[in-house]
Design a protein around this ligand. Structure first.
Ligand code: KG4
Ligand code: ZN
Length: 331
């Protein structure tokens, strides 16, 4: 069973072909245009998707050695994401499904991040907990089955990825700052500490951390105008440790509350080496089986959309041509 999936929810145009549970291709066209603009510019992103989508899909089909006529279904991200970006992928997928007379499958972007774990083996057993951390979301999800997910906690302000990106902006790093902070953190030591949020239950908050970092930097730069450039690696290590500590603390709490030892991470921030190491370091103490996706399945990619669509295909859960993108699609 071959599925072509398309992902265009933010600034990456991606297409993938899977054959049953084998990923045959996973092509990602990234937009570097946003790098110096401090964040994704929605209008620019949708225009770039339009430019990239045909070549990306072609590339994915060629890489999978697959003809369009061999496809059994076309899958696409319906939301959440940027409306203009989603429209490009959804309309392309609808047109292709119509032309080929194949079923269309709509996929929820965050559910796909979680189900990316089934692109590889071993995959988690149900029920499992997934810490889903991206540029727009931070959630702890109890995954009872591929179609039944319960959000146990989520951020009340910034997402974890935003905490990385906004702090990076303060430090003068290009967007998205997460990977750069990660790289620099590996060369530094977490010698600075920042205010910890006090949020009840399993919800998160990152805006206080950002303010605490800002005030700390201001104070130190007043004393030494070269503070940031002289200590950038240590600052990055400290920022990363603060964010990871907040995430891990809630994950431990969720595991104890739900009595679940199957623990996974997903989304762009799950590429972070500090978070990956922290999860491995806690494995023994909490008797966790941990699941960490390959880096190419952490950040936005269409293979995860294809894997999520495979579950829907098996349930004959198809969309029709009246389907429209939903920037705030609920889980
Ligand atoms: O899932 P994703 O690719 O796109 C969204 O759906 O948002 O996540 C993007 C986010 C960005 O905030 C980026 O800075 C962050 O993931 N990110 C990282 C790393 N790689 C990507 N954050 C920390 N460390 C990384 N290595
Ligand atoms: Zn994402």
């Amino acid at each position: 069973m071959k599925i072509l999936a398309i992902e265009s929810s933010c600034d990456d145009t991606s297409a993938s072909v899977i054959d049953d549970d084998r990923v045959l291709s996973n092509v990602v066209a990234s937009q570097i245009e946003h790098k110096d603009l401090g964040g994704v510019v929605p209008e620019l992103a949708s225009r770039k998707h339009l430019l990239h989508i045909i070549a990306t899909v072609d590339h994915a089909l060629k890489g999978a050695n697959t003809q369009k006529t061999e496809l059994d279904a076309i899958a696409v991200t319906r939301g959440p994401g940027l409306l203009g970006s989603l429209i490009v992928g959804v309309n392309f997928a609808k047109s292709l499904a119509l032309a080929l007379q194949k079923p269309l499958i709509e996929v929820h972007h965050m559910e796909a991040h979680i189900l990316a774990h089934f692109a590889e083996s071993p995959s988690p057993s149900f029920p499992f907990l997934c810490l889903t951390v991206s540029g727009g979301h931070t959630q702890i999800v109890r995954v009872n089955s591929p179609s039944e997910m319960q959000i146990l906690g989520s951020t009340i302000d910034d997402a974890a990825g935003e905490a990385f990106d906004k702090t990076g902006k303060l430090l003068g790093l290009p967007y998205p700052a997460g990977p750069e902070i990660d790289r620099r953190a590996s060369k530094g030591n977490p010698i600075f500490s920042y205010a910890k949020p006090r949020i009840e239950g399993l919800n998160f908050s990152f805006s206080g951390l950002k303010t605490s970092i800002l005030y700390d930097l201001r104070k130190r730069v007043k004393e030494n105008p070269r503070f940031v450039e002289e200590h950038i690696d240590d600052i990055c290590a400290s920022v990363q440790k603060s964010i990871v500590d907040i995430l891990i603390e809630k994950l431990i709490k969720a595991s104890e509350q739900e009595n679940i030892k199957e623990v996974a991470i997903a989304g762009g921030v799950s590429a972070n080496s500090g978070l990956r190491n922290a999860l491995l370091n806690h494995r023994e103490e909490h008797s966790w089986n941990v699941y960490i996706p390959k880096t190419e399945y952490c950040t936005d990619n269409a293979a995860m959309i294809a894997v999520a669509a495979r579950f829907k295909y098996k349930n004959v859960d198809f969309a029709d041509q009246s389907m429209t993108p939903d920037p705030r699609l609920a889980m």
